[in-house]
Write a protein that binds this ligand. Structure first.
Ligand code: PHE
Ligand code: CO
Length: 285
């Protein structure tokens, strides 16, 4: 059954027609929404892997294609896995993806990453060679950090880049974070809504920032390029950062703007101030 590395067979033959239809519904909705919002690598990755061929992708077929592009494979896991298992997969260019799909009545929101989030959200970006290298480096960095006591800081880096990252392009701000591209409402909110702050990415600042897992982000961090992200993280020895962070328990609250920081958009924080979760009033009309 489950191996030491938490992988399981995807069990592609066991998906029901309804489950495949759930994928198709989510896929079609996002694909309509994302042009002009998602960064081009993401759009190109979707096409290169033909993730819209219909139904939940077969991990084996998809991995053969992905491996030929950047050497990554996708492996099935039952859900979230322990940190060291997760890091070890990434360090070996394996992306662990949940094999289950959300129920048809949970299309808009669920807390646990399912196959739609993991595959649609994450896998296209793994076709970008620089981003693919960043993901592996993150895994290796994670393994090295296990005893540092700074896992939460490393998790914040993942959160504000891999999951909720924005990128500046010649055509304007675009999305590359998997948590955003896999969400209909946040794809719009993260880019267009006046509420959240949009701040220039700074490694140590991001690592010291709290984050929320239950609602839209109150702050998004913007990178200039995947190369910049790669160099800012890979060329930096995190050892001294972890030492500096040892003493500091408090994180920057999610709506902080520091004095010296490069602000791309100062958010109104209206959405959060109204209590979030689709800001009550708006969702009723
Ligand atoms: N450079 C980091 C370290 O010294 C490793 C790392 C790379 C972490 C990329 C995250 C992302 O540990
Ligand atoms: Co994710």
């Amino acid at each position: 059954m489950m191996a030491d590395d938490y992988t399981i067979p995807q069990g592609w033959d066991r998906y029901t027609d309804e489950e495949h239809r759930t994928w198709d519904t989510l896929y079609e909705r996002q694909v309509k929404l994302l042009p002009g919002k998602a960064e081009q690598s993401f759009i190109d990755g979707l096409k290169a892997l033909d993730l819209g061929r219909g139904g939940i992708p077969n991990f084996e077929t998809m991995s053969d294609e992905l491996e030929s592009l950047t050497g990554w494979r996708v492996v099935a896991v039952p859900g979230l896995v322990p940190d060291e298992v997760f890091f070890d997969h990434l360090a070996n260019r394996r992306f662990p993806a949940g094999n289950f799909i959300r129920r048809a009545d949970q299309l808009d929101y669920l807390q646990e990453p399912d196959v739609f989030h993991d595959v649609f959200g994450h896998v296209p970006m793994l076709t970008n060679p620089v981003f693919a290298d960043y993901m592996q480096a993150y895994g290796k960095g994670g393994l090295r950090s296990l005893d540092s006591g700074c896992l939460k800081n490393l998790a914040a880096l993942y959160w504000y880049t891999v999951e909720f990252g924005l990128i500046q392009t010649d055509d304007g701000l675009r999305i590359y974070g998997a948590g955003i591209v896999s969400s209909a409402s946040e794809s719009v909110f993260s880019l267009k809504d006046p509420s959240p702050h949009r701040l220039h990415f700074d490694l140590e600042r991001v690592m010291r920032t709290d984050y929320r897992i239950d609602d839209f982000q109150q702050t998004y961090f913007v990178i200039d390029s995947y190369e910049d992200l790669f160099h800012a993280t890979v060329d930096t020895d995190f050892g001294p950062i972890y030492e500096r962070l040892q003493g500091v328990d408090e994180k920057y609250p999610v709506d902080t703007i520091l004095n010296e920081e490069e602000v791309i958009h100062r958010g109104t924080q209206d959405y959060a101030n109204k209590g979030g979760r689709l800001a009550q009033a708006e969702s009723r009309n």
